[in-house]
Design a protein around this ligand. Structure first.
Ligand SMILES: [Mn+2]
Length: 302
């Protein structure tokens, strides 16, 4: 029997559980989802016959509250195992098949679980997992983990599928420390130069303002490098509390030093962590922006 892994498409914390399943070697299928797709996907899944699956893992995703009664009613309830670390998922704490730990990340929780199921570890795998956690929890600076931002860059460069394939291949060879191939190293060097140029240009066009009267924000439009832009601009501008990164296709990202941006995000219908949260941008709003910019002179097909 195979397993089904449902995990977060957005970052390496969501993708690394797929890599771990590859290394574990058990046959499985996986589905990568964005946060806002979870409810619809699970509602549909729970109407299906799930007898082909032995386990259904959901990692690094907040399962909407209204889905839990459906899982509870399902005859396949015992197949579900949920691992998450988002503050906004707290209501699920009492379900026995849910593991919630805000000190960990999705990948580390899943890694711990797989070890109890017989996944063997080695120093390079441990080092990789630690880097994923440091990137996801934003502790890589404090811990001087230079591997974390490199992994984040690689995902941007390679896309989800190639990232999973390349990292799986590297980790299949057990070594004393995690090392990139010469090709990946060169790629990372070029990317570093490119990233610096990108952040400099966004900074030049940063819009300043205040939110709820006393939160100083700097807002930029950017499609890439959300975490790096947030991190770098907070460092360059100590007077700002929150950096708001607007990606019309990906949503609004909030990054902060001291302010709890998960509260700000919840207020606007989003969610996330204390220092890193997000708010979705519905298609309707994206169309509205277009209409406003072209002063109503445009007809948009539905
Ligand atoms: Mn995560």
């Amino acid at each position: 029997m195979k397993d089904l892994l449902i995990t977060h498409i957005k970052d390496i914390d969501g993708l690394s559980p797929v890599i771990l399943m590859n290394l574990w070697g058990k046959s499985f299928e996986y589905k990568l989802l964005d946060t806002f797709e979870v409810g619809t996907y699970l509602t549909e899944l729970l109407t299906q016959d799930l007898q082909d699956y032995e386990h259904i893992y959901i990692v690094d995703l907040t399962v909407p509250e209204e889905i839990y009664p459906m899982i509870e009613k399902s005859k396949d309830r015992h197949k579900f195992l949920i691992f998450d670390h988002h503050e906004t998922h707290n209501y699920a704490r009492s379900y026995p098949y849910v593991t919630l730990d805000m000190e960990e990340c999705g990948t580390t929780l899943f890694y711990q679980y797989l070890q109890t199921q017989g996944l063997s570890t080695n120093p390079s795998l441990d080092q990789y997992i630690e880097a994923v956690k440091d990137l996801d929890l934003w502790t890589f600076e404090k811990n001087h983990n230079t591997l974390s931002p490199q992994l984040g860059s690689l995902l941007e460069l390679l896309g989800e599928t190639r990232y999973i394939d390349e990292i799986t291949a590297l980790l299949r060879v057990e070594t004393q420390s995690f090392t990139f191939s010469p090709f990946l190293n060169r790629l990372l060097e070029l990317e570093e130069e490119n990233k610096k140029r990108y952040i400099d240009k966004r900074e030049e066009r940063m819009i300043r303002g205040t939110l709820f009267k006393d939160v100083n924000i700097g807002m930029v439009y950017a499609e890439k490098y959300r975490s790096e832009i947030g991190d770098e601009l907070l460092k360059r501008h100590p007077d700002l509390d929150v950096i708001v990164i607007v990606n019309m296709n990906g949503g609004i990202s909030l990054r902060s030093r001291d302010v709890d941006v998960s509260k700000i995000a919840s207020y606007f219908g989003g969610g996330g962590h204390i220092h890193a949260s997000g708010i979705g941008i519905p298609l309707e709003i994206r169309k509205e922006v277009f209409k406003t910019l072209l002063k109503g002179e445009i007809h948009i097909e539905d």
